[in-house]
Structures are given as structure tokens and as C-alpha cells.
Write a protein that binds this ligand. Sequence first.
Ligand SMILES: Nc1ncnc2c1ncn2[C@@H]1O[C@H](COP(=O)(O)OP(=O)(O)OP(=O)(O)O)[C@@H](O)[C@H]1O
Length: 323
Amino acid sequence: MTTTQATTAAAGDTARPAVAFDQVTKHYGDVRAVDGLSLTLHPGETVALLGPNGAGKSTTLDLLLGLRPADTGTVRVFGTSPREAIVAGRVGAMLQSGGLMDEVTVGELVRLACALHPRPHPVSDVLARAGVAQIADRKVDKLSGGQAQRVRFALATAGDSDLIVLDEPTTGMDVTTRQAFWATMREQAEQGRTVLFATHYLEEADAVADRVLVLHRGRLLADGTAAEIKAKAGARRVSFDLEGAVDEATLRDLPFLTSLTVSHAGPAAAPGHHTVRIQSSDADATVHALYGLGLYPRNLEVAGLGLEQAFVAITAAEEAKQK
Ligand SMILES: Nc1ncnc2c1ncn2[C@@H]1O[C@H](COP(=O)(O)OP(=O)(O)OP(=O)(O)O)[C@@H](O)[C@H]1O
């Protein structure tokens, strides 16, 4: 049984979805935290779950881990219930808070996690991979926030799980730890594991995920590669310099403009030098109109939105629609 599972994990188990949500709804009293959510994650994918505060990310992960029952709809993990998948050791999870026992050392906790996993990794490997070998003798309640996150990561990777679920995993980690963390996660993905992580760090999603899900009020607002999400936002960034008097009201009337900032360059710059940054839903038309005003933009640059700006644009558009 163990051998079969290990072989299946290595082969990626491509026939069956790693995760399948079908019309899942979850309420807390009057609050609809997850609203008819359907999604499928495929084995081997690294997926980022994005969404504003309260969008339902943690609830979605709780449902996926069987920590809360769905009100309606079904959640399947490798074709079984979340509980069965967890009991079989197919899922490793790193949740936002809690989960660490006080009064035990890091080493004891990791040893316990390894002992409980049906397909454990050697304890020393788990400690080393998570960068906590040097603090193995330290009591868990004496850890800094970043160290506690590393220990949670060690617990999530204590065994050979096929799906790793991470809720805001790098919160509290310093830059070096964060980079090491994602390098390790990439290795996990390269070995065929499915990785699902919720984050507010959009640059991480852009750099790490091969698929991005944007949740909003418990619904899936966007689902695609980071490039597709950026394209979906439609808008582009236009920046240029202007010399002389600048009438902001005239610029604000440019067609397809969605945002405008005009900054006056530092004291070293020539008087009357302005840098203009625009977001436009039709950059070609906006730039055409700019020339039509008789203005002469210098250093003109037109670029796509970053994932963060795309995320803000998509969620703001949805908020406006719902008002
Ligand atoms: N235990 C609970 N009891 C009542 N309401 C809850 C509970 N947990 C979450 N909620 C509500 O459900 C909604 C979704 O919350 P959830 O924590 O899933 O969002 P999130 O996207 O993870 O948010 P954040 O980015 O702030 O962590 C929110 O409106 C939240 O207030």
C-alpha cells in the first residue's frame, strides 16, 4: 500500500484531480464565506490563492483540509474525502496560526509529526530542510514569529505528501528565509507535488505560481496564469515626462484614463519638469489623445500592469459592479 502510494505520487497521479470543489458553499451565520465555489487543481500544479481580506481564502483551505464541513457541495481530495486523504498522508498543511503545542521542543514536535505520517521523511532531513535544525532543542513557545513559521513548514513537509497546503506561509519570515522557503517549495513542486498557497504577497504569486486563483466574496473572480490575470485586468501603465505648465484637469479628461498621478521632479530637476503616470484601459487611444492636445510627452513608456495592480483593478471593478 505504502509503495503504491509513493509510486503514484512520483508519477504525479495525473488521471485524477488533486482537488475538486463542486458548487461549495459555506456560511458563518449570515456571512457567506464561500459562495458556490467550483474549482479543480491538477497534480503537479503550484497554485496561488489570492483575494482581499475576508474573501474566503482561509475558509476554502479549511474546507479542503476537512477542518470545516461544507454547507452544500462537495470537496474531494485525490478522489476521496479530505479526511481520508489526510489519514492516508496525502496532504501536508501549514496554517496561519495555532497548531504548535507549547512545552515541547521543536525537535520533539517534528519527531511526532514524522511518527504520525504514514510516509515519513527522516526527522533530520525535515529539520534541515525547514532550517530549524539549530533550534531543535528550543521550546516551541519561545520561538520568534519567523521561526514558528519555519516549524509549521517542517510539520507540513514531515512526510511524502502529494498535496501541500499553505496559508500565508511567509508571513513574518525575513527576506533570506522567504527565499529559502520558496526554493524548497519549488523542489517539492518539481517532484510532482501539488502546492496550494494563500498569500497577500502578490510578487510571490507572480514568481512562484503557475496558476493564480483570485477569490472575491467567496467566489472565483479569475483563474489563470499570472500573465493571463494581468491581461484580464485590461489596463496598461503609461508614463512620460512633460516640460512646462501642466494642466492636470486636462490630463484627467484623457479618454480611457483610470488613474493619474503627476509628480514634480526633485529640486535638481529643471523647473516645470513633471513626471506623469497614467493607467488606461486603452493605452493607444489615451496616447493618441495626448498628442492631440498638442503636448509633447518625452520618455514615453507603455507597459502592462504588474500582478498587484491587476489584482487591485480586477477586485475594484467587481466591487464597483456589486454597488
Ligand atoms: N469562525 C468564523 N466565524 C464567523 N465568521 C467567520 C469565521 N471565519 C471567517 N469568517 C468570516 O468569513 C469571511 C471569510 O473569511 P476568511 O478568513 O475565509 O477570509 P480570508 O480571505 O482568509 O481573509 P484574510 O485575508 O483576512 O485572512 C469573512 O467575512 C470572515 O469575517
